[in-house]
Design a binder for this molecule. Structure first.
Ligand SMILES: [Zn+2]
Length: 446
């Protein structure tokens, strides 16, 4: 999977680009971004999806000379991606051996499959390395536990294959890495983490909240990381406080998504810096114009690298954030954002006392989408320990067609929750943006 060209590329970018945002001033970062943007636009013109979109506007690759031209490009929504055929989202010149599909963990309640490539995965890891070093974690020496979706097609799967890992030996000591599957229940994860005794734990907020709950109840005595990081879904203040208190450690949050990779991260001052060497972020108001400092806008991301599905002016993460004007003392001269709001998820409790990742359930629904179930959006609500409701927005005339799929979903939910738990699947006309995709009303973690 990891070919020589990708390794050389990452080696080059590791040596020259690492910590770029701290070494370079604003002007030089912008120059770097201008160049990267032009490349991505050229790549986008090689996909049917973007070419048609841009031609409609009369755009040519040469119209985009740098970031000052970015507003000429139309905004791309999640719906646009969902409706496009996956092949139309791929550059026609791509070497298919280098790419793989990644399905989003369903954290927006609107399933989506995008293409990724090895180089993209490596760049994300590079961003991760910078985040760790900012927080005093030595990724060559310290023991690192990552809890992610490592199932085939899952967002973190690309990091798992042996060939990929062996290629990474240049950059990471892979023996010091423990990768755990988010679909395991919190207790069995805690047991594995206890044996490994990591210096750092990274994972989705709801799962770390589950582990924090166990820690508070006396489990995982040997689990004493010096640093914890969350990413993948929104981290609210309550969850942050809960995890920090349970592990008696400072937590930093990474703002990311499957489509756009890592977007921003908290420095040691706690401010969210945009990863300017990886992405360009716009915060746009309802009128489509950039918001002023102190104002809240929709997050629109352009990913400045990658050879598979280009992500250009993408609003589909459905998040909002505030535009911040402060010079941060950490020394990075990159844009700052704050108070990110959007994709939220709760952990799920079971009758027999297990704590499960919400992504176990979102991925069940996503697996039926792959089998042909056409869901516009869904929400899972755990009303009580013995009742779970799945709200799905599908065309009303399709309800009967999908009956088999719904029966399958019910069976799969029951398999994990227990036969006696009632699973109610309800059709709704519409689900609003920004409703938590998994909402648990069960008391215990709140
Ligand atoms: Zn900072």
């Amino acid at each position: 999977m990891l070919d020589l060209t990708s390794t050389m590329k990452i080696a080059k970018s590791y040596l020259f680009d690492r910590d770029l945002t701290r070494k370079l001033g604003r002007e030089r970062i912008k120059k770097y971004q201008d160049k990267a943007l032009k490349k991505v636009v050229e790549c986008a013109f090689k996909t049917k999806f973007y070419r048609e979109k841009y031609r409609e506007k009369g755009l040519n690759p040469s119209d985009i000379k740098g970031l000052e031209d970015i507003d000429k490009l139309p905004i791309v929504t999640r719906d646009d991606f969902v409706k496009a055929s996956p092949n139309d989202l791929l550059p026609e010149t791509i070497n298919v051996k280098k790419i793989f599909q990644a399905s989003t963990s369903g954290s927006t309640g609107q399933p989506l499959v995008v293409w990724n490539d090895t180089y993209t995965a490596l760049r994300c890891l590079q961003g991760f390395a910078e985040e760790l070093s900012e927080h005093g974690v030595n990724w060559r020496k310290d023991k690192i536990t990552i809890i992610g979706d490592f199932s085939p097609g899952g967002p973190e799967n690309a990091y798992l294959t042996n060939t990929f890992f062996s290629g990474l030996n240049l950059f990471f000591n892979t023996k010091n890495f423990q990768t755990l599957d988010v679909k395991e229940d919190a207790l069995s994860l805690m047991q594995k983490i206890s044996r490994f005794k990591p210096d750092f734990i990274g994972g989705y907020p709801p799962m770390l909240k589950g582990l924090a709950f166990l820690k508070k109840n006396g489990y995982g005595e040997t689990v004493k990381p010096k640093c914890i990081a969350t990413s993948g879904t929104l981290l609210d203040k309550k969850t942050r406080d809960f995890i920090e208190e349970a592990f008696n450690v400072k937590l930093f949050d990474v703002y990311s998504s499957t489509e756009a990779g890592t977007v921003a991260f908290q420095c040691r001052e706690g401010r969210y810096h945009v990863h300017s060497e990886l992405v360009h972020v716009e915060l746009l108001g309802r009128d489509g114009e950039p918001v002023d400092y102190g104002e809240r806008g929709s997050v629109v991301v352009t990913r400045l690298y990658g050879e598979a599905t280009p992500v250009l002016r993408y609003i589909g993460m459905n998040d909002t954030a505030k535009n911040v004007e402060v010079d941060c003392v950490c020394g990075r001269e990159t844009p700052l954002i704050s108070e990110i709001e959007g994709r939220r998820c709760d952990p799920v409790f079971t009758l027999d006392g297990r704590i499960l990742s919400p992504f176990y359930f979102t991925s069940i629904i996503c697996s039926y989408v792959k089998k042909g179930l056409n869901v516009e959006r869904f929400q899972i609500v755990q009303n009580s320990l013995d009742e779970m409701e799945i709200l799905v927005a599908v065309e009303s005339n399709q309800w009967e067609t999908y009956k088999k799929h719904f029966e399958g979903i019910e069976k799969d939910f029951k398999y994990k929750l227990g036969e006696h738990v009632e699973i109610k699947i309800k059709q709704v006309k519409k689900l609003e943006n920004n409703v938590p995709v998994v909402l648990s009303k069960v008391e215990g973690l709140k």
